[in-house]
Design a protein around this ligand. Structure first.
Ligand SMILES: C[C@H](O)[C@H](O)[C@H]1CNC2=NC(N)=NC(=O)C2=N1
Length: 99
């Protein structure tokens, strides 16, 4: 029975990325880079994403460079990309769309 933490193969990952035009990646992880209008706005996005991550118990790697954020999603416990990484990516897009 497949579940959220089942490692996805290349085909599944590319299919998932088809629904996430702002994201790219492969089995090592999926990534989005986005520039916000200001540094405070970027930090507000990080805070909102942190709340989503806590709710999901699934956390992105986040690189913060002034107004530019890079999110990297991978499922560490599986050392693979899973459905959780895609679910988190959609939730991150929802947060970013508000800023
Ligand atoms: C105990 C807790 O459920 C695990 O450590 C969670 C926390 N957040 C996580 N986040 C990510 N990206 N991968 C994980 O495997 C993971 N595991």
């Amino acid at each position: 029975m497949a579940h959220n933490r089942t490692p996805l193969d290349d085909a599944m990952i590319q299919t998932g990325l088809g629904d996430l035009p702002n994201w790219q990646g492969d089995r090592s992880g999926i990534t989005r880079t986005v520039e916000l209008p200001s540094f405070p706005a970027a930090i507000a996005v990080v805070d909102a994403v942190a709340q989503v991550a806590e709710e999901m118990d699934h956390h992105p790697d986040i690189d913060i460079r002034w107004r530019t954020l890079t999110f990297h999603n991978v499922t560490y416990s599986e050392n693979a990309v899973t459905a959780l990484d895609f679910q988190l990516a959609h939730r991150i897009d929802d947060v970013v769309a508000r800023y």
